[in-house]
Design a protein around this ligand. Structure first.
Ligand code: ADP
Ligand code: ZN
Ligand code: ZN
Length: 734
């Protein structure tokens, strides 16, 4: 007999499942866990996912509703994915329905039968003439590379080519030469299993590297978490590639999670060039159809490798054999709204569920991972030297308190930049503050233009002549007169990338300059274009925010200058120094990537600060181990476990009272910190408060949160505030 009732997850913010009846005429074929069905909810029809099928139910028959429709398409979820999403919901105490919402492509969340067109993909012409190809190999190397890529991958999509940095113009040029053709994609499950792996560009591993690959592959059907702690350029990516080979050749899929995909086309190309298997990219620039196709390719096994940002962890890979998380320390792996999950932590959870290895890699491991590695919970691997013949760049501090400064540059720094340019090498100038100036003020009475909704200074953007609030996005013209004293002496204070760009252009008029930050790369494809121009040595001076600090390989950058090294020295957030150290080391990693030696100069007002001293003289490893000792003494994570409840409302008293009431009842084995006003107490007109719950063990924290959640409804303030729960919070600023 088929099931008469189903328990389903519904896309609503409630932490429970709902029961529906299955009408007789919908009972064949038998309904299964993971199926998508339509159900009535309130006065709407919504998509629900079947979590459980039963024959009995304890709800009165006249109260129970019937499901409206079964969507008999090929998009049911495997039971393994359903259990994984259940685990996620459980771990983060997040409503199960919303976990499904976030995990599924948009088109799968709509109540309609899907009629998807096979996407169009590119193939090379069989009769492409060798003479034609050779003729333009030297004249148009990019076109040639594009052709070779298409030829090798037969069936690569435009969105993938775009992400890899190719343009429509290059594609059309090849069409006109009759070298390539666009065809409908044919779903060929397991196509990759019969293809061979390309051995091209494969490096001979160093002993250090070989040991790691062997350790990963030794127990490739068992859960193990490996941390590769290796300086930038030490060959971590090469280790990933060679470890993947074993997985792929045993017909299993590989999932690679990276912080931001658009930032690293060069790394993506390395994957594409190494393997001839189909690779799917999963990132936020895909449109709804592309997203659905990627999902289907992963599920049917026609994608051998999925490379994606944090949400790729929900890819329905059926034959997953290995997960890699690159730059595991990177904050963008954590989602900072609604479902606040960490891509790395879910990668570990999924690997554990499936009994497969997971590999974390970073030059600056998070303290959490480092502690787990040092305590033996993870397998710890170090790569201490750069691969090939490049050496690690040396970091030096420039004391700016004692120097004459011009446009934010010290004499020492100017001199070094000049010398580097004279050698024909590139300079990277790092300033983590976009815009022209962090504020405008009145030189007469010191009035500062503040955003009224956030009580924080507006950032001045010169090009648009606008004041923009970086916290809420509101915009305003620069006042001609001071609203306080009426004079017209309104001027920028401090410096952002936009102003720095202008000043540097004045100081070095003969060198070409490029600025990379969120403002200069807003246009689609612009970032890839600028990065390519840097590789092609069109620019000698590169100015940018952290967008320029991450993962890039610029062989001719030999000087990295950090304009303001003091940013995080005096923060209240106990993670600020960890994040500052990671960023400094990552920026420094851009210097001297190839055979030329590199130099890193950091301008600071506090050259004697123990944090900076330790980092510069003893390196990240030492710095991290010292900092871990301090965390242990203070019982801070990773030596304790935290959850954060944020609450906000139009009046400051509401969130405070709400949290105070929650904290009134003691929880077993847990401590409360707060409620306190958030560091940014006011944002976009709302007042914000924090309450931290801390426990010595994860289990205690988990039980405490369950207890706390069960009390929320009795809290008289809960309807007057908006609140959310963040398990393992990493950003205490908001
Ligand atoms: P990471 O991922 O740690 O930054 P990569 O894997 O990108 O390091 O390696 C940095 C550079 O060194 C790359 O150009 C890579 O091709 C090269 N490389 C890596 N491993 C080796 C090796 N065993 N022998 C020679 N060169 C190598
Ligand atoms: Zn004034
Ligand atoms: Zn604002």
């Amino acid at each position: 007999m088929s099931a008469q009732y189903v328990q389903v997850a519904v896309p609503v913010p409630m932490r429970q499942l709902f029961t529906y009846q299955v009408p007789d005429n919908m009972q064949t074929p038998p309904i299964r866990v993971g199926e998508r069905i339509a159900v009535p909810f309130g006065n709407r029809q919504v998509i629900a996912i079947v979590m459980d099928c039963t024959h009995e139910c304890n709800i009165d028959n006249d109260k129970i509703k019937a499901i409206s429709k079964r969507l008999n398409d090929s998009f049911h979820l495997s039971s393994s994915l359903v259990s994984f999403l259940k685990l996620c919901s459980n771990y983060y105490h997040h409503p199960i329905g919303d976990v499904f919402q976030q995990a599924l492509p948009k088109l799968l969340r709509q109540v309609k039968q899907l009629d998807i067109q096979p996407p169009m993909v590119w193939h090379s012409h069989e009769q492409a003439h060798n003479e034609v190809i050779e003729k333009f190999a030297s004249k148009a190397p990019k076109q040639h590379a594009l052709f070779q890529l298409i030829k090798k991958h037969q069936g690569i999509s435009w969105s993938e080519l775009r992400t890899l940095g190719y343009s429509k113009v290059q594609l059309n040029a090849l069409v006109n030469k009759q070298l390539i053709v666009e065809k409908e994609q044919v779903a060929k499950p397991f196509l990759w299993q019969t293809k061979l792996l390309a051995a091209e560009n494969k490096q001979r591993l160093s002993t250090e590297q070989a040991v790691i690959v062997a350790a990963i592959n030794l127990n490739h059907n068992k859960f193990a978490c490996h941390l590769i702690d290796g300086v930038t350029g030490s060959g971590k990516t090469e280790v990933y590639l060679q470890a993947m080979e074993k997985t792929l050749s045993s017909h299993q899929q590989v999932l690679v999670i990276v912080p931001e995909i658009g930032l690293t086309p060069q790394t993506l190309l390395r994957f594409e060039q190494r393997f001839t298997v189909p690779i799917c990219l999963h990132h936020s620039n895909l449109n709804d159809n592309e997203r659905l196709t990627t999902w289907l390719n992963a599920q049917q096994g026609s994608a051998a490798i999925v490379i994606g940002t944090r949400s790729a962890i929900f890819s329905p890979l059926h034959h997953l054999g290995l997960i890699i998380v690159d730059e595991e320390h990177d904050g963008s792996l954590k989602q900072q709204d609604s479902f606040r999950y960490h891509g790395r932590d879910l990668a570990i959870l999924r690997a554990k569920q499936l009994g497969i290895p997971v590999v974390l890699g970073s030059a600056t491991p998070s303290f959490e991972s480092l502690q787990n590695a040092l305590s033996g919970k993870y397998r710890y691997h170090q790569l201490q030297k750069r691969a090939g013949n490049s050496t690690e760049a040396k970091i030096s501090l420039i004391d700016i308190a004692t120097q004459q400064m011009e446009y934010g540059l010290s004499g020492t720094l100017k001199h070094e930049i000049k010398q580097t340019l004279a050698r024909g090498e590139q300079v990277l100038i790092f300033l983590n503050r976009r815009g022209y100036a962090p504020a405008v003020h009145c030189q007469e009475c010191h009035w500062v233009a503040d955003c009224q909704r956030c009580d924080k200074p507006y950032t001045f953007h010169q090009k648009q002549q606008l004041l923009i609030c970086h916290h809420c996005g509101s915009q305003k013209r620069v006042p001609k007169q001071c609203p306080c004293c009426g004079t017209v002496r309104i001027a920028p204070i401090g410096q952002g990338t936009e102003q720095l760009e202008r000043r540097i252009a004045e100081l070095f008029p003969h060198s070409s300059l490029v600025r990379i930050d969120r403002d200069s790369t807003r246009k689609k494809g612009q970032l890839t274009k600028l990065l390519q121009e840097i590789s092609d040595k069109k620019h000698q001076l590169l100015i940018g925010t952290q967008m320029l600090a991450k993962g890039h390989h610029f062989p001719d950058v030999t000087l990295v200058a950090v304009i303001d090294g003091d940013g995080a020295l005096f923060s209240f957030d106990f993670r600020a120094s960890e994040q500052m150290a990671q960023l400094l080391i990552q920026v420094a990693g851009r210097a001297g990537r190839a055979s030329k030696p590199g130099k890193v100069l950091v301008q600071t007002n506090y050259p004697d600060h123990p944090l900076l001293q330790d980092l510069v003289h003893n390196g990240y490893q030492h710095f991290a181990q010292q900092a871990l000792k301090e965390r242990q003494q203070a019982l801070l994570p990773p030596f304790s476990f935290q959850a954060l409840i944020r609450a906000e409302a139009n009046y400051p008293s509401y969130p405070e009272k709400f949290l105070r009431a929650l904290a009134a009842k003691p929880l077993a084995q847990c401590e409360f910190a707060g409620p306190v006003p958030a560091a940014m107490e006011k944002k976009a007109g709302k007042f914000r408060y924090h309450l931290i719950i801390q426990a010595r063990s994860r289990k205690h924290l988990h039980c405490a949160i369950l207890e706390l959640l069960s009390q929320v409804c009795e809290n008289e303030w809960h309807k007057k505030v908006r609140w959310n729960l963040d398990i393992d919070p990493i950003d205490l600023n908001w």
